[in-house]
Design a protein around this ligand. Structure first.
Ligand SMILES: [Zn+2]
Length: 116
């Protein structure tokens, strides 16, 4: 099973970085969790986010967030359109299902045949 996050949105934040005080390095990133297995691909509704400063290359953790960050974050979170949560079966699953169906059909056919 492979589990990863894909980036769905990155927004520049016009606030001062609490570490280097630069005001053009902050970026808020939203990511969505995707699970890959051999049989299916599952887009979960789980969203993660992080705030990073590209000027000083630091991650800004929520404990360091100011009220302003919180407001900006809430705003962008509401404006976010994540991928619809879904489960997609892969080819291997369809082959497996078809094989299973064929087995069921042949068992049924045999049962009916023997009753005649
Ligand atoms: Zn910084």
């Amino acid at each position: 099973m492979k589990d990863h996050f894909i980036q769905i949105k990155e927004v520049p934040i016009k606030n001062n970085c609490p570490i280097c005080y630069n005001n053009d390095g902050l970026f808020l990133t939203f990511k969505q969790r995707i699970i890959h297995t051999d049989l299916y691909k599952h887009i979960t509704s789980e969203i993660s986010h992080d705030l990073k400063c590209k000027t000083c290359n630091s991650a800004i953790y929520p404990v360091q967030w100011t009220d302003e960050f919180e407001q900006v974050f809430e705003y962008h979170k509401k404006a976010l359109t994540p991928y619809k949560s879904s489960v997609k079966l892969k080819r291997a699953s369809w082959i497996l299902l078809t094989a299973l169906l064929l087995v069921i059909v042949s068992i049924l056919t045999l049962t009916i045949y023997h009753r005649l």
